[in-house]
Design a protein around this ligand. Structure first.
Ligand code: S3P
Length: 446
């Protein structure tokens, strides 16, 4: 669904202590992959705990356009009747991914590895995002880009190949989306597809492919990297998927509890996959009072309940090699850094420039609008924490859900209210953001 609704500003203001237990929604990355792998199996995949956000629903609609029968059978409960690997249908209409970078890029992998042609498009934010990084390896495998907007952007008309070449591909930047697109195209190749990444990125595609019966190996590569090899044309069998809680959504609730004085909140069932855990690791270094409780397994991932109490934080230096494990959490970390004592330096944030917005520039601008000193040096962001935050600013969100949520959290602990220019994009990843925070005691007003 392209996002064409009227912007809706929203304001948050200082509130009393946040208290209670909350369970944020399912993980966005896992939810997209659940629909896509469901499409590529013959038979019924049952999904529970699916994130019912606009991004994931757009991926579901696109899977239906390629032949899957998708049904909602209860809250977060979905079934997918797939058509199977090698048998996806050519969509009659454009695949409109709205704001969803992950959905569109992973689906390019599926289309690239099948003998079908599909047009990809989305909202103004998606149309700005670089797609050459996905198309380049797909072209090496035999796909053709028939049409593209300037700079390899959407709208894109992609013609896949029914016989993709198995390749060895080294990703130019650490990106689970590039890795996943190559692996999804490689599924239909006769032979082995290998992806090398010099910094390991989230491994949900590898885990889910293995769970569905593919043969995939994963070896260490260099100091921080991985080499992933997939045997083509596996027999994929549908298996039930329980989607664990999204640590990137949990991050906003954790941050709110840390910032609002007197808070004591338990965030339940948060996925603690080590390739997604950089945010909590950084918070512990900053002196956050977080207890990791009831470590267990849900849906093939380690999860835990996180008890979070209001904490006085100290600025830290966040190493560049941690970026892939917390790539979506830098905006909210920058907000937390504003309330910390001393400077926080976040190193190696070049990838933030090509997210739903230019997050590096937009985060610095949002902080400054609220009286916080923020500087960009090369690819690093430096926030001077003053132990408190004046607030009072109006923040431009550029169709970026995480900018909206991060600055609304800022307002819950600032001296003056904070307003974001548009809250509508929050529905792409965390539709229950406002009600969950309100349950804990937060105040928002339109
Ligand atoms: C995602 C990977 C990340 C992340 C995005 C979700 C995924 O992007 O920012 O929100 O599900 O694979 P990159 O892999 O491009 O860094």
């Amino acid at each position: 669904m392209s996002h064409a609704t009227t912007p809706k500003p929203l304001t948050s203001k200082a509130c009393g202590p946040l208290k209670g237990r909350v369970r944020p929604p399912g993980d966005k990355s896992v939810s997209h992959r659940a629909f896509l792998l469901g499409l590529l199996c013959v038979g019924e995949t049952r999904i529970s705990g699916l994130l019912e956000g606009e991004d994931v629903l757009n991926t579901g609609r696109a899977c239906a356009q390629l032949g899957a029968k998708i049904e909602r059978v209860g809250e977060g409960q979905w079934t997918v009747r797939g058509v199977g690997l090698g048998a996806v249908l050519a969509p009659a209409e454009t695949l409109d991914f709205g704001n969803a970078g992950t959905g569109s890029r992973l689906m390019m992998g599926v289309v690239g590895g099948h003998g079908i042609t599909a047009r990809f498009d989305g909202d103004a934010s998606l149309r700005k995002r670089p797609m050459r990084r996905i198309l380049d390896p797909l072209v090496l495998m035999g796909a053709e880009v028939l049409e593209q907007a300037e700079g390899g952007r959407c709208p894109i008309l992609l013609k896949g190949t029914r016989d993709p070449a198995p390749i060895e591909y080294r990703t130019p930047v650490p990106s689970a989306q590039i890795k996943s697109a190559v692996l999804l195209a490689g599924l239909n190749a006769r032979g082995r597809t290998t992806v090398i990444e010099t910094e390991a990125s989230r491994d949900h595609t590898e885990k889910m492919l293995t769970y569905f019966g593919a043969t995939l190996t994963c070896e260490p590569f260099g100091d921080h990297g991985r080499k992933i090899t997939l045997e083509g044309r596996p027999e994929l069998s549908p298996r039930p998927i329980a989607v664990p809680v999204d640590p990137s959504s949990a991050a906003f609730l954790i941050a709110a509890a840390l910032l609002v004085e007197g808070s004591d909140v338990v965030v339940e069932g948060v996925m603690t996959n080590p390739l997604r855990n950089g945010f909590v690791a950084t918070l512990l270094e900053m002196g956050a009072n977080i207890d990791v409780l009831e470590i267990r397994e849900e849906g093939g991932e380690q999860v835990a309940d996180l008890r979070v109490r209001h904490s006085a934080l100290t600025g830290v230096d966040v190493p560049a090699d941690r970026a892939p494990a917390m790539i979506d959490e830098y905006i909210i970390l920058a907000v937390l850094a504003a309330f910390a004592k001393g400077a926080t330096r976040m190193n190696g944030l070049q990838e933030l420039r090509v997210k739903e917005s230019d997050r590096l520039a937009a985060t610095a601008a949002g902080l400054r609008a609220n009286g916080v000193s923020a500087t960009i040096e090369g690819d690093d962001l430096i926030v001077e924490g003053a132990g408190a935050c004046g607030g009072g600013g109006l923040v431009e969100t550029h169709l970026d859900h995480r900018l909206a949520m991060s600055f609304l959290v800022m307002g819950l602990a600032s001296q003056n209210p904070v307003t974001v220019d548009d809250e509508t994009m929050i529905a792409t990843s965390f539709p229950t953001f406002k009600p969950l925070l309100a349950e804990l005691g937060a105040d928002f007003f339109s």
